[in-house]
Design a protein around this ligand. Structure first.
Ligand code: ZN
Length: 137
């Protein structure tokens, strides 16, 4: 069995953003040389998410609006916000999840028709790391 590890860094211009990262994960899979196995992708931060959904801008705007409704930005409104202001970002990340696991079949990410991988940033404007770990043969 082979094991491959790669970190990529994303810096968003906005505090909240959704970034399509499927091509970066496909590049890592090519580098790994693994044809059959499992690919794990997770942010190495607790105010960001990796999730799989549709690559459609209206849906992404809907996600961000929905998250803002559930956990609005409010520097004084969270018990976590003692010396920081990202209480909302921790809650948003929890709703959107931590990681994605994708089957690798015949050297490709084995997606359903509309599945793509996204990085959800909820406290951005600084470098954030994403881990890609691929195991298999
Ligand atoms: Zn925090």
């Amino acid at each position: 069995m082979k094991s491959f590890r790669k970190e990529i860094t994303v810096t968003t211009k906005k505090r909240y953003d959704i970034v399509h990262i499927t091509p970066l994960v496909e590049e890592a899979l090519r580098e790994s040389g693994i044809r059959e196995g499992i690919c794990l992708v997770n942010p190495m931060h607790i105010t960001a998410s990796i999730f799989i959904n549709d690559n459609e801008s209206g849906l992404h705007a809907d996600f961000l609006e929905w998250l803002e409704h559930l956990a609005p930005y409010n520097p004084k409104g969270y018990r976590h916000n003692v010396g920081e202001d990202n209480g909302d970002a921790h809650l948003k990340r929890q709703i959107m999840g931590r990681e994605a696991v994708i089957a690798v079949t015949n050297g490709k990410l084995d997606f359903g028709t509309w599945e793509q991988i996204f990085y959800g940033e909820f406290d951005g404007q600084r470098p954030k790391r994403i881990l890609i770990k691929i195991i298999g043969e």
